[in-house]
Design a protein around this ligand. Structure first.
Ligand code: NCD
Length: 310
């Protein structure tokens, strides 16, 4: 088992099964602190730099909340307006500055590979909070935590990833991790937004079954987890192509009539029209709990990377 201290978190592929399990167990212990029922000062004096070049609500705020709950502080920007990025400063130079002002950096950026580049310029740990259509490893850790916590494990569970599997970074990271942990996968997407071939091949190489379809109705009855995603409008080179696929899937209570009683529906959020609001009141809806789980999971990770977390 590798040490987390000072480690970059760039891709979930760098996490072994043992690493993932270690974060999940540490996250469970963080829940009372995340809820404000217990107090911890384990990151007292530590500063986290949060650089968000793309919009974010949950990821940025849950990183900040995690830091504050552990007695540390966060500083940074949300949108590069008002910073020297507007004057043309390179990512490398911005990273060099923030490195000098903090103990670790969380970066969200529209370009795939941006976090890896940032890590080359920073001695301090860099955490990828989403790089274009690339990876979103901390989202995956909280997604895994949610499944593990609700279902008592991940191996052998039927997990259907639904929506924009081409541009969605959350599903890219999650597919790798679920394959590592032995889940049974189904990929449900419009024909033009299928999971990248290299990820499908990776899953198959691990000897796991993967079902690929364009029809949600085909997977709904045996899914244990439905992981629904937004069509990533901002990543389409041609807006007309987006219009063709917008609204392809919509989960509503009628569709759920065929679902297992204990099916859980997850979504990294934000949702647009892919989950009807009426679903929020059903026992299946887990997406808000999932969003909360971002706090204990990020606390666990920050404690391991920046602090003395075991
Ligand atoms: C996701 C993202 O930014 O990739 N949001 C998140 O971090 N919870 C999903 C999305 O934007 O659709």
């Amino acid at each position: 088992m590798s040490s987390f201290r000072g480690r970059d978190v760039l891709s979930i592929r760098e996490f072994s099964r043992a690493d993932i399990e270690r974060v999940l167990r540490a996250a469970r212990k963080m829940v009372p602190i995340a809820l404000g029922k217990k107090v911890s000062r384990s990151l007292e004096g530590k500063i986290l730099g949060t650089l968000f070049y793309e919009p974010s609500t949950r990821t940025r705020l849950s990183f900040e909340s995690a830091m504050i709950r552990l007695g540390g502080r966060a500083l940074g920007f949300s949108g590069a307006e008002g910073t020297s990025v507007q004057k043309g400063e390179s990512l490398a130079d911005t990273i060099r500055m923030v490195e000098a002002y903090s103990d670790g950096i969380v970066l969200r950026h529209p370009q795939e590979g941006a976090a890896r580049l940032a890590a080359e310029f920073s001695e301090k740990p860099v955490i990828n909070a989403g790089d274009g259509a690339g990876q979103h490893p901390t989202q995956t850790l909280l997604d895994l935590y949610t499944i593990w916590d609700e279902k008592g494990g991940i191996e052998g569970r039927n997990v259907a990833l639904v929506g924009d599997l081409k541009y969605g970074r959350t599903v890219h990271s999650l597919a790798y991790a679920l394959a590592e942990l032995g889940a049974t996968l189904a990929f449900v997407s419009p024909p033009t937004l299928e999971m990248p071939r290299e990820i499908v091949e990776h899953v198959k190489e691990r000897g796991l079954a993967v079902r690929m379809t364009h029809h949600l109705e085909e997977v709904i009855h045996d899914a244990d987890v439905l992981y629904v995603t937004r069509i990533q409008k901002e990543r389409f080179p041609d807006p007309q192509e987006y219009e063709k696929v917008a609204g392809t899937y919509r989960i509503d209570t009628a569709l759920l009539r065929d679902a297992k009683r204990d099916l859980i529906i997850m979504h990294p959020l934000p949702r647009i029209t892919e989950i009807a609001p009426e679903v929020d009141r059903t026992r299946h809806a887990l997406y808000f709990k999932q969003a909360f789980n971002g706090v204990p999971v990020r606390m666990a990770l920050l404690d391991l990377v920046l602090g003395g977390g075991e």
